[in-house]
Design a protein around this ligand. Structure first.
Ligand code: GUN
Ligand code: ZN
Length: 431
């Protein structure tokens, strides 16, 4: 139940602007230690050092870190069953591990159980909003949206579109899929905190006719999202070249069907060129950088600085089950490591921003999620600074705030998460 006037005390950290990728001292970092965050009717109304007094339900988390809920901009609900599958790169991994797991989502009870577990686990890792791929089955989308609605979560998702190069149980034809999209959109898009995303899996599993249909659907309703994969793996990129010989590039296959716009989320984007990056920037589309997945599937190292310098919005994503954890904290650390491997550096600010306010803005949801701005929905997490002797020791010698945050990202895990709140309702508590 939403408490009308709620105040949470702790060390509040959020961002008022983009802190850039490698600036340690940034005015965009808003640090309010030992403050009360005020929430009325599920929305943030302010923050103050003074106790708000009687008339507020006060919860004192003094000595804990309070952050906006994390936003995972690319994750697959059906793939919790294939996390940590051994020994394959992308195309093999799809055939061997992933498609069989997705076929099981045809069964509505299985879809409901897995969707509930999936969202429960997002909350248990501090993630309160996500762009999700269910499967090709309408039941998997219904199950996800129902489970998200029950938890009040901001979820962007849609039926996965595939009509070739996949098992028959995961393929449908253009008229059936188009009808299913319309039905799901009319039932769910804009209901509460649900938004529909037209979701062609990736170019190899869609015919030209299906991609054209995706573009048609996208144009038919205002505010729809588009999500897909692009340029993740070199074998995949070569395959796309043979399947779509007339397209200038992999990204151009989507652009040619009207799928490149300001609500488009492209996962990976490792093997793009300058013209692709310019097209993404001009369209206002974003790349969901999935470092854990890119490491695990051996896909390659995403050039964050190159994308940033080209003006492309970059968010962070777990890409479970290619990624090995639903934790955005581990995702941030993996992003740091991938960048380090290319000789580049990103600050804790850049990482945290990409997982909160940056993702929110790239999704055009900056007024609703990703920060503690007054008016934003109270999606937030309460974290211990350290819960192991090693992390406590490391925190005790940290000399400044950035060092504290970076050590927190490096040494912690979901055991540090005390509570997760969605729209002013506590939806997860440790233990
Ligand atoms: N490309 C097409 N489908 C997928 C998927 O499920 N996961 C990843 N990582 N890449 C994809
Ligand atoms: Zn993916």
């Amino acid at each position: 139940m939403t408490v009308q006037r709620l105040a949470l005390r702790g060390d509040l950290l959020d961002f008022t602007a983009d802190p850039g990728l490698d600036t340690l001292e940034s005015p965009a970092v808003r640090w309010r230690p030992g403050h009360w965050l005020l929430v009325e009717g599920g929305r943030i109304t302010g923050a103050q050092a003074d106790d708000p007094g009687e008339g507020w339900q006060r919860i004192d988390h003094t000595g804990r870190l309070i952050l906006p809920g994390f936003i995972d901009t690319h994750v697959h609900s059906a793939q919790v069953d294939v996390i940590g599958s051994w020994g394959t790169q992308l195309l093999d991994w799809l055939e061997t591990h992933t498609f069989p797991a997705e076929e099981r989502m045809a069964e509505p009870m299985h879809a409901l159980r897995l969707s509930s577990l999936f969202l429960h686990q997002l909350l248990a890792h501090g993630t309160t909003a996500a762009c999700v791929f269910p499967t090709v089955h309408a039941a998997s989308v219904e199950a996800l949206f129902e489970a998200a609605t029950a938890r009040g979560m901001r979820i962007v998702a849609g039926k996965v579109l595939m009509d070739r190069h996949a098992p028959p149980g995961l393929c449908d034809d253009v008229p059936t899929a188009e009808k299913a999209c319309h039905a799901l959109i009319e039932r769910w898009h804009g209901q509460g905190r649900i938004a529909y995303a037209v979701t062609p899996r990736f170019a190899p599993t869609s015919s030209d006719a299906q991609l054209a249909m995706a573009g048609r659907v996208l144009r038919a309703y205002p505010g729809l999202y588009m999500q897909t994969h692009v340029a993740e793996n070199l074998d995949e990129v070569r395959w796309v070249k043979t399947l779509f010989p007339r397209a200038r590039s992999y990204l151009d296959v989507y652009a040619g069907h009207g799928l490149l716009n300001e609500r488009a989320v492209f996962a990976h984007g490792i093997w793009l060129d300058d013209a692709d990056r310019a097209a993404l920037r001009d369209a206002g589309a974003q790349i969901a950088f999935c470092p854990s997945s890119n490491l695990f599937l051996g896909s390659g190292a995403f050039g964050w600085h190159g994308a940033h310098d080209a003006g492309v919005a970059v968010s962070l994503a777990s890409d479970v089950g290619g990624g090995t954890s639903l934790s955005m904290r581990r995702t941030m650390l993996d992003a740091y490591k991938v960048q380090a491997g290319t000789g580049a550096r990103v600050t804790a600010w850049a990482l945290l921003h990409a997982a909160t306010r940056g993702a929110a803005h790239a999704l055009r949801l900056g007024d609703e999620i990703g920060s503690f701005e007054p008016g934003a929905v109270a999606d937030l997490c309460v974290w211990d600074w350290a819960s192991t002797p090693l992390a406590q020791r490391r925190q005790s010698v940290a000399r400044d705030l950035h060092e504290k945050l970076f050590a927190w990202l490096t040494l912690g895990d979901e055991q540090d998460l005390a509570e997760t709140w969605v729209a002013g309702v506590r939806r997860h508590a440790r233990g």
